[in-house]
Design a protein around this ligand. Structure first.
Ligand code: F6R
Length: 605
């Protein structure tokens, strides 16, 4: 969602904040803004549109050593200059940036207006600036503390005042906030990678905490004013790679990084031909597991769909896969031996974290699968398995998905052994096959030009369908999501056998249908469904395994996949769909890496 960066120190603040904003842009790109302290004033610049719009007009401020910056993903109020953060009080004494949603903003705003405050924006955030103004008696910390007691919802706030050239006050509830510790300088941010090159020692704020940050000191208290002792959190992450490494877009670069990411994610978990997750020290929970809930959003949810099928098939444990925003309002029939697996690239997705917290509240063990070291999911779950995808910058997720799949297979294979519900030959065959996944993805990447040509051919269509049966349906869901996100074309995924129950009415001459055909035992059934749509004018592109090529002769086009084990097929079969989505976006002139209306990390409900 929105990105926050703040700096206080003895160096120039502006370059640090701009660099941070560049690394945060994927969190929100409908507007951006900066507030810098200078000679008793707060200089504020904010602009609608991508960060480049702000930077184009921004003059460096060589004297300033403190400031805050923000990239916005609009929730309350359209993207515009006036709705961009930072927001200020009536007198311009206080400036703040916010991530989250202040749920009771409407009533607070009404009261503040009656008390004489002038509002400029349509945002929920602005009430916080006016409340701080109301309570300010010379101590910013006291005013922020009083203010947060009035706020409902979620917030990460970074606040500065023109009365103090050195101090940032930060407060957190619900949305993440991290303090980076330097020598004679300190940082605050919503995302660790934004400051990673500058600070690897961090304080991670927990809910209901306030930090007072100066260049030489950080003091943390809870909302009640009690001091909080924090342990330093050391991060060992590669600094974020902001270069596209010769690719035109991060999305294409990240698609090509998948073989390496898969290798890295597998590393250390397979020993003597067996998956071994004993290092997690979670065997007891695995052994006792009666039922698993896999909870996630978007692409991560699609990885969970595959995880469910793999765990049920290999380990014979019942699994439910749930969309986090639905899960949190379901009446779950909890049992103490249930296990929850949350999947989240960012580890900060609001709905996913809410599900995790609900499970913990019920005494249920939670295993997190995330790409973000130190994220809320990583910290709050009982155990974490990291996907080693590296920083994913493109908003449309690609390498995070394939590495999430790899982790789901590791879990399924380990559970199969632990539960002793397995066919040992099948399991060792699969473990062996895992080592070839990277090479198989390499092979599919070589089909890039062919897929590019297909995208060129279909660039102007208005609607597409993605069909598959079994595990192929889960991949169809991901393929359709990718295409929607990047190309803005209507893309609908359906279980191939279900389309005749209604959606087939939408099939007309020339509608492209991308058919996933990687499941040997379902190929005949899938082909019957494909014939049904072909008979109604669809053009069918088969993404099919080499050995099933003969069965797919009647399809209009074929993209061939190597002969992968059917359970593992999603890692390979998703790749042509990612490339297709990439080129469709490109040919339609869209912003490939930052598609409209989206953000990389959805921290609000
Ligand atoms: C799709 C995409 C989103 C995310 C979803 C969950 O390309 O990126 O659908 O997968 O917002 O995000 P995480 O995995 O960070 O919880």
């Amino acid at each position: 969602m929105c990105g926050i960066i703040g700096y206080t120190g003895y160096a120039r603040a502006m370059p640090v904040i701009i660099d941070g904003l560049r690394k945060l842009e994927h969190r929100g790109y409908d507007s951006a803004g900066i507030a810098i302290y200078r000679e008793g004033e707060l200089e504020i610049n904010k602009k609608e549109g991508p960060l480049a719009n702000l930077l184009a007009d921004l003059e460096d401020n060589p004297d300033s050593c403190m400031g805050i910056g923000h990239t916005r993903w609009a929730t309350h109020g359209v993207p515009s200059d006036k709705n961009a953060h930072p927001h200020t009080d009536c007198k311009g004494r206080i400036a703040l940036v916010h991530n989250g949603i202040i749920e009771n903003y409407a009533s607070l705003r009404k009261e503040l207006i009656l008390e004489g405050h002038d509002f400029i924006s349509e945002t929920d955030t602005e009430v916080a600036a006016h409340l701080i103004e109301k309570f300010y008696r010379g101590s910013l910390e006291t005013a922020v503390r009083k203010t947060v007691s009035y706020l409902q919802g979620s917030f990460a706030l970074a606040v500065i005042s023109r009365d103090d050239p050195r101090t940032i006050v930060a407060a957190k509830k619900g949305s993440s906030l991290v303090i980076g510790l330097g020598e004679g300088e300190n940082y605050v941010t919503s995302d660790i990678p934004a400051i990673l090159e500058r600070a690897s020692q961090l304080y991670i704020l927990e809910d209901n905490e306030i930090a007072v940050i100066t260049p030489d000191k950080v003091s943390i208290t809870d909302f009640g004013g009690n001091p909080v002792e924090k342990e330093i959190f050391e991060v060992d992450l590669e600094p974020i790679a902001v270069e596209k490494g010769g690719y035109d877009h991060f999305m294409l670069k990240e698609i090509h990084e998948q073989p390496a990411a898969i290798r890295k994610t597998l590393q250390g978990w397979i020993k003597d031909g067996r998956v071994d997750l004993s290092a997690l020290e979670f065997d007891e929970a695995f052994k006792n597991t009666r039922k698993i809930y896999i909870v996630a959003c978007g692409t991560a949810y699609h990885a969970g769909m595959v995880g469910r099928l793999a765990i049920e098939k290999l380990a014979r444990i019942p699994v439910e896969t749930d969309i986090a925003s639905e899960f949190r309002y379901r009446d779950i029939l909890w049992h103490p031996d249930d296990l929850m697996i949350v999947i989240s690239q960012s580890g900060e997705t609001g709905d996913t974290l809410a599900a995790l917290r609900e499970a913990k509240r019920r005494g249920i063990k939670v295993l997190a699968v995330t790409n973000a070291v130190g994220s809320a999911a990583a910290r709050e779950a009982d155990r974490v398995i990291y996907t080693h995808a590296g920083p994913e910058i493109a908003v449309a997720s690609t390498k995070a998905y394939s590495t999430q799949l790899v982790v789901m297979y590791l879990i399924a294979l380990y559970l199969a052994e632990i539960k002793q519900n397995y066919d040992s030959e099948e399991i060792s065959g699969l473990v062996n096959n895992m080592f070839y996944l990277d090479a198989m993805v390499e092979q599919v990447l070589k089909e890039q030009d062919k897929i590019k040509n297909l995208a060129e051919k279909y660039r102007d269509v208005e609607s597409t369908f993605f069909l598959g049966r079994g595990i192929d349906y889960a991949v169809a869901m991901e393929g359709a999501l990718k295409l929607k996100e990047t190309s803005y074309i209507h893309a609908e995924a359906y279980p191939a056998g279900e389309i005749k129950h209604g959606p087939i009415a939408l099939i007309d001459d020339g509608v492209p249908v991308l058919a996933l055909i990687s499941q040997d035992h379902l190929v005949d059934k899938a082909m019957s469904n494909i014939k049904e749509v072909k008979a109604r004018g669809a053009v069918v592109v088969a993404i099919c395994k080499e050995n099933l090529q003969e069965n797919c002769q009647e399809c209009d086009e074929q993209i061939l996949l190597p002969q992968v084990n059917p359970i593992l097929a999603p890692v390979v079969s998703v790749v042509p769909l990612q490339i297709f989505a990439y080129y469709m976006a490109l040919f339609r002139g869209n912003n490939v890496d930052t598609p409209r209306n989206l953000t990389k990390s959805v921290t609000v409900e």
